[in-house]
Design a protein around this ligand. Structure first.
Ligand SMILES: NC(=O)c1ccc[n+]([C@@H]2O[C@H](COP(=O)([O-])OP(=O)(O)OC[C@H]3O[C@@H](n4cnc5c(N)ncnc54)[C@H](O)[C@@H]3O)[C@@H](O)[C@H]2O)c1
Length: 348
């Protein structure tokens, strides 16, 4: 690790959505690699937020957890006034299947929450906002196409539409009020602490129990995959070096169909392909996401560290080693413990 600390590296960060998958990994990543930084973690503790993800940094003097909603402007303003110089907005409603059952929370947090943060920093313009977004905002790409940062937005489910709305709100506040906004759009992540409703942890935990894994449609939908720590490293690079108002795609170029990924997981876990159960396709299921991330690599010198084979094997091992973690989520036990500590959980 270089000993030269870049001049623009923020020292006091507010990470929203910090008890979720990417947020908790980011908090760990920053505390490990930016020794001069301190972090306030803000999370509403929806069903997807789990304080067990932050358990090992609970007593770190550089870290504090606050339960709250990014839509609560008063709270966000109060936290910002503790000397925050950058916000990383990771908070969101994230599960496409849930967004198809009802999009209110998705628009409320993914659009309204971004606007609330922008309203707060409109009065505090020295604070940089890095808004974490997704490749899904570009919609499906043809087999020979990749989305660049200037590709037209074409979101086609309530989740990705709400994410695209949040991106546009952040950019509009940047243009209208001179806010220091940067946006990252990343491909699919895998790694520790991913909530087991998402494909990789759901499939792994089902396979461990010899249960079937539900594969949508013909299984040929394609996604690019990145280890969550590589995503965190890219966020950190953009935080300290990204140009105001710019969007940076983040990817590895590693594309797999869902069937290829499923077969890989089955092989690593040592189970049989007969556990694959083809189920009716999700409505509006985008066929292929693919990003060009040449801008991030060229401008900021970021490269992923993990090759997919090593990263996915380590992830499988993490889930093997953390059976208590995923079992408490699948059984709902994690909710009871934190509800007792923090009062009733936000019901979205
Ligand atoms: N997981 C991926 O593969 C992926 C890929 C690209 C981009 N992203 C983006 O990264 C971000 C995080 O995704 P994730 O997979 O970690 O999701 P996650 O569902 O695991 O975590 C989201 C967290 O946000 C919190 N949250 C939700 N609404 C909130 C609110 N109103 N106020 C405060 N906290 C709130 C939840 O409690 C949860 O802890 C999202 O913006 C998502 O669009 C994810």
């Amino acid at each position: 690790m270089s000993t030269d600390v870049p001049q623009n590296r923020p020292k006091r960060l507010l990470v929203t959505g910090a008890a979720g998958f990417i947020g908790s990994n980011l908090v760990h990543w920053l505390l490990d690699r930016w020794p001069g930084a301190s972090i306030i973690s803000l999370d509403a503790l929806t069903y997807a937020g789990n304080l067990a993800n932050l358990e090992d940094v609970r007593d770190d003097p550089r870290h504090r957890f606050v339960r709250g909603d990014i839509c609560d402007r008063e709270l966000v303003a109060k936290l910002c006034d503790e000397g925050i110089d950058a916000i990383v907005n990771v908070a969101a409603h994230t599960h496409v299947d849930r967004s198809l059952l009802g999009g209110d929370d998705f628009v409320g947090t993914n659009v309204g929450g971004v606007q609330a943060i922008c309203e707060v920093i409109k009065e505090r313009k020295s604070i940089r906002l890095l808004h974490v977004s997704t490749d899904e905002v570009y919609g499906s790409q043809a087999p020979d196409e990749v989305a660049t940062e200037t590709t037209a937005l074409d979101p086609r489910n309530p989740y990705s539409a709400a994410k695209a709305g949040g991106d546009l709100v952040a950019l509009a506040y940047m243009h209208s009020f001179g806010l220091d906004v940067v946006i990252t759009r990343c491909c699919n992540n895998y790694g520790p602490y991913q909530y087991p409703e998402k494909m990789i942890p759901l499939f792994l935990t089902n396979l461990f129990e010899d249960k079937q894994v539900p594969l949508y449609g013909d299984g040929l939908h394609a996604r690019q995959w990145i280890h969550v720590e590589d995503h965190c490293a890219a966020i950190a690079r953009v935080l300290e070096g990204g140009r105001r108002g710019e969007i940076y795609n983040i990817s590895t170029g590693v594309g797999l169909t869902n069937l290829e990924l499923t077969e890989r997981l089955i092989e690593i876990v040592g189970k049989d392909k007969s556990l694959i159960k083809y189920v009716q396709d999700r409505p509006g299921h985008d066929r292929r996401y693919a990003l060009d991330d040449g801008k991030l690599r060229g401008e900021l010198g970021w490269e992923p560290i993990f090759d997919f084979g090593t990263g996915i094997e380590q992830t499988v091992q993490w889930f093997v080693d953390h059976e208590d973690w995923w079992r408490s989520i699948k059984s709902g036990a994690y909710r009871k413990y934190y509800d007792e500590q923090y009062g009733e959980r936000i019901k979205h």
